[in-house]
Write a protein that binds this ligand. Structure first.
Ligand SMILES: Nc1nc2c(c(=O)[nH]1)N[C@H]1C(S)=C(S)[C@@H](COP(=O)(O)OP(=O)(O)OC[C@H]3O[C@@H](n4cnc5c(=O)[nH]c(N)nc54)[C@H](O)[C@@H]3O)O[C@H]1N2
Ligand SMILES: Nc1nc2c(c(=O)[nH]1)N[C@H]1C(S)=C(S)[C@@H](COP(=O)(O)OP(=O)(O)OC[C@H]3O[C@@H](n4cnc5c(=O)[nH]c(N)nc54)[C@H](O)[C@@H]3O)O[C@H]1N2
Ligand code: SF4
Ligand SMILES: [Mo]
Length: 744
């Protein structure tokens, strides 16, 4: 694919084609039924769907389902993996499969066990599973751990943490540790609440959105409708991203068919800045400096509603423009233009995703955005505020339920009472620490509620070897993934098949990124008792807990009726009171205490707490530290690893990314100037080396990316690097990885 063939807008035809292919396929009818099922979309946390039907967003607007949603459902509607498959293929053979091939095997349909010394997974009964779990969880609490992903329900997540805490463990690692942890930590420090303060309704009143480090056209497609509407009402969209993502320039949304057809899409960005990766704090200090120098800072607001603002103002004043511009690689004029646009808008929403959080200074990045919002009076009023754009469809709910190593004091107290024991919450392994702890032989048992802890982590070889030191690993999943074949335990690896969200035999709930709780109806699976033995996550977790802890202090089996779990949630989780009655009222609701429409925040004093955010000192190793052969063409680059619209995290659905013109998974997107200057050519195959590994035959693709920067797909790229980790949040710096490309 050459650059002329790349689409001229995001969204549009490639996605419509996909809709058509899927919905007209033999499973098309079931797909339509599922799209209309009253449950939230499986894919991202924008939260489309729920009680009003599959196509409705939180504001009750229709036509809000995107192709990603179809893709996720289509994958779940696959037939069960063929009888005899597990006897036929050894693990060594299964390890050769790609992510896409793993997913295409079909649905998992009965429990599987791989024992030490065996070459094949084999079918076992649920009774065998519970016997193994009973032994595995009778260990010291510190040596037990869980990992979870954001597709499970609030109810399953609540049970997971209750069971782990009842077993004496605070090792509740979660995919959010690799994702938005920096947002939670940073926002909590500033506002006393770690989630978005903006509701979808509030977003509709904004006159300026600053979208930072997010590829929303691919990853949160229905957010684009809000940006299109904002532009239509004369508002501004300011993009901050080292890569020119085509869908951020122009986006063709099916919700606006006329514009899509006649104009090839709607204009999105008003201003687009391409900073050096990892430098956003410098840019935001520059935006603050602009507001201060141009007398646009909201002094009355700062004095009335914030603390610590003097330090922040002094810091921004003292930093020279030279330091700021050198660090972020943008000119003073560019920064001032954007700073002026923000400071003169009336209601600004600051929204961000992984470009901000997956950095060695992720928490500082988040706080520098919050400081900028406060300095311009843009927090705590309708249409304005800070809005982390969350990833997995229920990742935020999983965190709200207490699946975290940083348990809120109020939840801790309520849970201690419920469990009749003191909870250990001082220590706990988040996702990165868990891999290191396992590597040090400190973990005996790991329970994975979904996800792919192996492929989501940096340094795949380390992840593999660390997991192999754990005695027993339980993978609760709907479909096979790379982790099931590479992340093998020392003694017993179990894969346990469960119903997905739209199949559960009971009601469940989920929480969107904008704090809206949805109710999901009971459903039915296309897998029948004749060809499968699925259980619900809730049934599985309650049974494991019952076998381990009996009936005291909790009657675990009673919780198989999820209504009782919701009653416990209502009693113990802040802001969730309404969930206790949701079965009767059917009323979906916004969690209380999180959306700030007045400048009174959730801190002790009610004021926002501002602190300086140091400008990072960024550097890159030179080529000698990569130990590559001398006298070959080479170039050191900053790699950002992320996703294509045709994958969902570690699960690849299709190989090409048409929007970026990347025809397959082993491509490296580079700036054409860099390619030329270092003596390479587009489509040439090169070696890519990081501090932990190397990939060969990676094809160079030229794209709209800042000089000195490259982009590759994860999880393939995770073999390359070990990643710096943000000290404050534990998030790996997946977006600023030093690499060297060379031609041996
Ligand atoms: N189709 C699809 N949708 C998804 C997912 C998926 O895998 N596929 N995953 C879901 C999940 S779990 C998540 S967390 C979200 C992720 O959603 P995003 O965060 O939008 O996705 P990423 O691809 O990780 O990259 C985000 C953007 O950050 C930019 N970036 C890189 N470095 C920097 C930097 O230093 N500064 C700035 N300002 N920008 C930078 C990249 O160019 C890229 O455009 O998507 C969710 N939705
Ligand atoms: N280099 C690099 N690495 C990254 C990132 C990056 O940008 N760059 N992003 C990071 C981010 S943001 C995230 S969130 C993580 C993602 O990390 P994870 O959440 O660990 O990974 P996923 O690929 O989303 O997990 C998918 C698996 O979940 C299982 N699953 C799906 N639905 C269900 C269900 O209903 N129940 C259960 N029990 N299982 C289910 C399926 O088996 C599927 O294979 O990766 C991180 N890793
Ligand atoms: S925007 Fe997100 S929640 Fe909405 S339909 Fe698409 S994937 Fe689902
Ligand atoms: Mo994520």
């Amino acid at each position: 694919m050459n650059s002329q063939q790349k689409p001229q807008s995001g969204g549009g035809l490639p996605l419509v084609q996909y809709w058509a292919e899927q919905t007209l396929s033999p499973q098309g009818l079931k797909l339509w039924q599922t799209l209309n099922h009253k449950s939230t979309c499986l894919s991202c946390a924008w939260g489309t769907g729920g009680q009003k039907g599959g196509f409705v967003n939180e504001a009750g607007e229709y036509l809000q389902r995107c192709a990603k949603s179809v893709e996720a459902i289509a994958a779940e509607l696959q037939p069960p993996i063929k009888q005899g498959f597990w006897q036929q293929y050894s693990v060594a053979e299964l390890q050769k499969l790609s992510s896409l091939e793993c997913d295409r095997l079909g649905r998992l349909s009965y429990p599987l066990l791989l024992e030490a010394g065996q070459t094949h997974y084999r079918r076992i009964s649920w009774e065998d599973v519970y016997n193994i779990s009973d032994r595995a969880f009778r260990k010291e609490g510190d040596r037990l751990a869980s990992y979870s992903s954001g597709r499970s329900s609030n109810e399953a997540a609540y049970l997971l943490q209750l069971f782990m805490r009842a077993s004496g463990s605070n090792n509740l690692a979660d995919c959010s540790d690799l994702c938005h942890a920096a947002s939670g930590v940073g926002l909590k420090q500033v506002f006393g609440s770690g989630t978005s303060m903006v509701s979808l309704e509030s977003l509709k009143h904004s006159d300026c959105v600053v979208l930072i480090g997010s590829n929303a056209p691919a990853n949160h497609p229905r957010l684009m409708n809000e940006l299109i509407k904002l532009r239509d009402r004369g508002g501004k969209v300011i993009i901050i991203n080292p890569q020119l993502e085509i869908g951020l320039l122009k986006f063709a949304s099916p919700a606006f068919p006329i514009k899509s057809l006649l104009k090839g899409g709607s204009d999105i960005s008003t201003l687009y800045l391409q900073p050096i990766p990892g430098s956003d704090t410098a840019l935001f200090v520059g935006l603050q400096k602009t507001a201060i120098e141009q007398n646009l800072m909201q002094l009355d607001y700062l004095q009335s509603y914030t603390e610590g603002w003097e330090d922040v103002v002094n810091y921004a004043t003292e930093q020279s423009w030279e330091i700021i511009t050198q660090t972020c690689g943008l000119s003073r004029e560019e920064i001032e233009e954007v700073g002026y646009a923000i400071a003169t808008s009336k209601r600004v929403v600051f929204a961000w995703a992984m470009g901000i959080t997956q950095q060695a200074n992720g928490v500082d990045n988040v706080r520098s955005i919050a400081n900028t919002a406060l300095l311009t009076g843009n927090a705590g009023k309708p249409g304005a505020g800070t809005m982390p754009i969350r990833g997995h469809s229920n990742v935020q709910g999983v965190g709200s339920m207490g699946v975290t190593v940083r348990l809120k004091a109020e939840i801790k107290q309520a849970l201690s009472q419920l469990l009749g024991r003191d909870l250990q919450t001082d220590r706990g392994y988040h996702a990165r620490d868990l891999i290191d702890a396992a590597d040090d032989g400190k973990i005996d048992t790991l329970l994975c509620l979904g996800g792919n802890i192996y492929a989501a982590n940096p340094d795949l070889n380390q992840a593999k070897s660390a997991l192999s030191k754990i005695e027993t690993i339980f993978y609760i999943a709907t479909k096979p993934n790379l982790g099931h074949f590479h992340g093998l335990a020392q003694q017993n690896t179990l894969i346990l098949p469960v119903f997905n969200r739209f199949e559960n035999p009971h009601k469940t709930t989920t929480e969107s990124g904008n704090n809206f709780v949805r109710l999901n109806d009971e459903g039915k699976s296309h897998l029948t008792p004749q060809n499968s033995q699925l259980v619900s996550e809730v049934e599985l977790l309650t049974e494991i807990a019952h076998r381990r802890h009996g009936e005291t202090p909790i009657q675990w089996r009673k919780l198989q009726d999820t209504k009782y779990i919701r009653e416990l949630i209502a009693k113990t989780i802040p802001g969730y009171k309404k969930i206790g009655k949701i079965d009767d009222t059917q009323e979906e609701f916004t969690i209380s205490g999180r959306i700030f429409t007045e400048p009174k925040f959730a801190t002790d004093s009610g004021k926002a707490k501002m602190n300086i955010t140091p400008i990072p000192n960024l550097s890159l190793p030179d080529r000698t530290s990569f130990n590559i052969p001398e006298n070959c063409r080479s170039l050191v680059l900053i790699l950002g690893s992320g996703r294509s619209y045709t994958q969902h995290n570690t699960v690849v659905y299709r190989t090409a990314d048409k929007f970026r013109g990347m025809p397959h998974r082993y491509c490296i997107l580079m700036n054409a100037g860099d390619v030329k200057e270092a003596g390479f050519q587009e489509n040439e195959k090169v070696n890519v080396k990081g501090d932990a590994g190397e990939l060969q035959d990676v094809e160079i693709i030229c794209g709209s990316i800042r000089e000195g920067v490259a982009f590759m797909f994860y999880p393939e790229a995770n073999i390359l690097f070990s990643a710096n980790v943000d000290r404050q949040s534990g998030t790996p710096a997946y977006k600023r990885v030093p690499i060297c490309i060379y031609k041996p």
